[in-house]
Design a protein. Structure first.
Length: 318
């Protein structure tokens, strides 16, 4: 597809595939230096929809390209991005969108989290990263007075702090949200000795968990810059931590998984069936998923089922 004869030719700065949920559905979103955004139907060979965001388009991405198009994020030169609800198209107004200021600089790129398409990160021209979560409204569309439906949107910054652990065992707290103190260090958490492998923030409790070469997992109250719990029991470095509903799981180089109680602070159970160092964990209800380093050229993920009381009898799910 090319511009019509005599039409001005613009530089195309960004492209993204989407709506590829059947063998016959294929869309391409394209962003241009003058702010044009065009949605191209590759099957029909025509422009399905177009708009202008008033600034050069640096990046764009569908939240997922292999489903019926849902949301599209467009980033621009002038410290701003737009998020479009692509499920409801008004015959006059087109797709509803919200416009969000970000980074205080050019927003060069956007990437969605594969495991949760409501979460995405934007990249700023001053070297900053901002993590966002789309909050689905109670209803995604409303009916206007003219009888046509229009999309409804909602958005928030996923916290206004960035937590970064270093090889010395310190954790820095950086302000990334809007304000005069943006990108300033707001404090340091000290208590580990050695390289920090992973940080896990629990939104429900407002607690930060860290694991380290020193064989410990620490729970932090980041608002008070202090430790609230120290989980000590691993025989080697702890490489990963996961939380859910007041429980904490940890794993690492000793190839043992430990389940801890946040309220009591003690170890509730052990899993000793891992063959290699454990690098990743996910905890949800009575299921625990672990990821191991390669063994004989094969990396292993294991799904474990925990008993109802979470106090004993931890076993491998079949």
């Amino acid at each position: 597809m090319e511009p019509e004869p005599g039409a001005p030719i613009r530089d195309c700065w960004a492209v993204a595939f989407g709506d590829a949920h059947t063998s016959s559905d294929r869309l391409l979103a394209a962003g241009y230096d003058n702010g044009d955004v065009k949605l191209l139907d590759l099957t029909a060979g025509k422009i399905r929809w177009e708009t202008n965001v008033a600034n050069g388009v640096c990046g764009l991405e569908f939240d997922r390209k292999d489903i019926e198009m849902n949301k599209l994020v467009v980033t621009t030169l002038e410290s701003r991005y737009r998020l479009y609800d692509m499920r409801t198209e008004h015959p006059v107004g087109g797709f509803s969108f919200l416009s969000q200021e970000a980074h205080q600089s050019t927003v060069w790129a956007v990437r969605h989290l594969p495991q949760n398409r409501a979460v995405f990160m934007t990249c700023g021209g001053i070297g900053s990263l901002e993590l966002w979560r789309y909050s689905y409204p109670s209803q995604r569309k409303i009916r206007e007075k003219d009888g046509h439906e229009k999309g409804v949107l909602s958005m928030k910054l996923l916290g206004d702090m960035l937590y970064a652990g270093d090889r010395k065992g310190e954790i820095k707290l950086w302000k990334v949200g809007p304000g005069d103190d943006q990108h300033q260090c707001k404090g340091t958490l000290s208590g580990h000795k050695g390289a920090i492998w992973m940080l896990q923030y629990d939104e429900e409790t407002g607690r930060l968990y860290s694991c380290c070469d020193d064989k410990k997992v620490i729970c932090w109250d980041v608002s008070q810059l202090r430790q609230t719990k120290v989980f000590d029991g691993h025989k080697d470095k702890v490489c990963c931590v996961a939380t859910d509903g007041g429980f904490v799981a940890s794993g690492g180089s000793d190839r043992v998984l430990r389940l801890w109680s946040l309220s009591a602070g003690g170890c509730l159970g052990l899993i000793e069936g891992c063959e290699e160092r454990v690098y990743g964990l996910a905890l949800r209800g009575d299921l625990l998923l672990s990821g191991e380093a390669e063994h004989n050229g094969i990396g292993t993920a294991r799904l474990w089922r925990l008993n109802g009381s979470r106090t004993s009898g931890v076993r491998v799910a079949t």
